[in-house]
Design a protein around this ligand. Structure first.
Ligand code: SAM
Ligand code: ZN
Length: 324
């Protein structure tokens, strides 16, 4: 076993509960969307084009078009059926994405991908959901061979420090432990940036802190509606400046660009048994059983582990590799 994933199950947030559709979150968030596009495009240009990229916890594929600018193949991996089905309708409706975009339902703690399957990975707006943070980092790290864009939600951003100072609780933001927020049913975490940087370094990455992102999150709320139009270009201009200037202290989302110290290329072990359908054939060599890491025997409708006999099936173009 090369996996370092937890042996005991870790709760996974269910984005599908109550009919939730994550696309709704993005209504009226043009500035945050723009801020992320700006940084992701800028940073991904640091790589030469790659063959395979993975978006871990990629939701409905918001960032896949940007990843397709740098990668020939992009695998969107997420736990949520709704998000993946939305991705299927939007991304795969475009014939140009046939054979380039793949949809995998999976769990970050037990990924169905072989070691170093992808030259490039991204994990954006996901870390705050991952209770067993270090296990998740280790497992994501395992499947990426060269470069990784990791968005870290920090607890010691400017607004949090100002609020804590008012309440006389500033010292809690300086400790290296994660800060638990949310509620019992939907907890989430934000982090001390130094603690996450130490963890990724321990997993074999060189890290570069490349941007503080969405430094003026929800700015519209502070500006009366009639003034929003004229203020908007100023906010966007300020965000451009704050992304480099605010690294490590300003915004709630800090982007790390990680480069594996010992870069790994995917070793195709020719372990594909049976005949996968054409739509997943290019990805099949990179997949294994997420439970025991056995090889898979493929038919048009399923992939079955040769070691533990677990079957994995598909709904439409979405392959389900979640082990419940
Ligand atoms: C806030 S959304 C972000 C989606 C996407 N990265 C984006 O920026 O638009 C968080 C996503 O992480 C996924 N997620 C959370 N925990 C996960 C886990 N353990 N395994 C797989 N996906 C997970 C959720 O299903 C959800 O789609
Ligand atoms: Zn198995």
């Amino acid at each position: 076993m090369t996996s370092s994933t937890p042996q005991t199950p870790v709760h996974v947030i269910n984005y599908d509960a109550g009919g939730y559709d994550y696309r709704d979150f993005w209504q009226g968030r043009d500035y945050e969307q723009w801020a992320e596009v700006h940084v992701i495009r800028r940073i991904l240009r640091r790589t030469t084009p790659v063959q395979w990229a993975v978006d871990l916890g990629g939701g409905f594929g918001r960032n896949v078009p940007l990843e397709l600018e740098r990668a020939q193949h992009v695998v969107l991996m997420d736990y949520s059926w709704t998000n993946l089905q939305n991705a299927e309708h939007n991304l795969l409706a475009d014939g140009q994405n046939t054979g380039r975009v793949f949809l995998v339902r999976g769990n970050i703690y037990h990924l169905p991908f072989r070691d170093a399957s992808f030259e490039l990975g991204s994990t954006i707006r996901v870390l705050h959901h991952l209770a067993a943070t270090n296990d998740a980092i280790a497992e994501m790290s395992r499947v990426i061979g060269q470069h990784w864009l990791l968005d870290v939600p920090i607890k010691h951003h400017l607004l949090a420090r100002m609020k804590a100072a008012v309440r006389g609780k500033g010292s809690a933001l300086r400790t290296r432990d994660a800060n638990e927020l949310g509620n019992k049913d939907e907890p989430f975490w934000n982090y001390h940036l130094g603690a996450i940087r130490d963890e990724v370094r321990a997993q074999g990455w060189s890290d570069s802190l490349v941007a503080s992102v969405a430094n003026f999150r929800r700015w519209e709320r502070a500006v009366p509606r009639p003034l929003r139009g004229p203020v908007r270009p100023l906010v966007y201009g300020a965000e451009r400046l704050a992304q480099p200037m605010g690294r490590g202290w300003w915004g709630p989302a800090q982007f790390l660009w990680l480069t594996k110290r010992q870069q790994q290329a995917f070793a195709d072990s020719e372990s594909v048994l049976g005949t996968p359908p054409a739509a997943v054939a290019a990805l099949a060599p990179r997949l294994w059983c997420p439970s025991c890491h056995g090889n898979l025997t493929w038919t048009d409708a399923s992939a079955t582990c040769t070691a533990c006999a677990k079957p994995f099936t598909r709904q439409g173009m979405i392959w389900d590799f979640v082990v419940e």
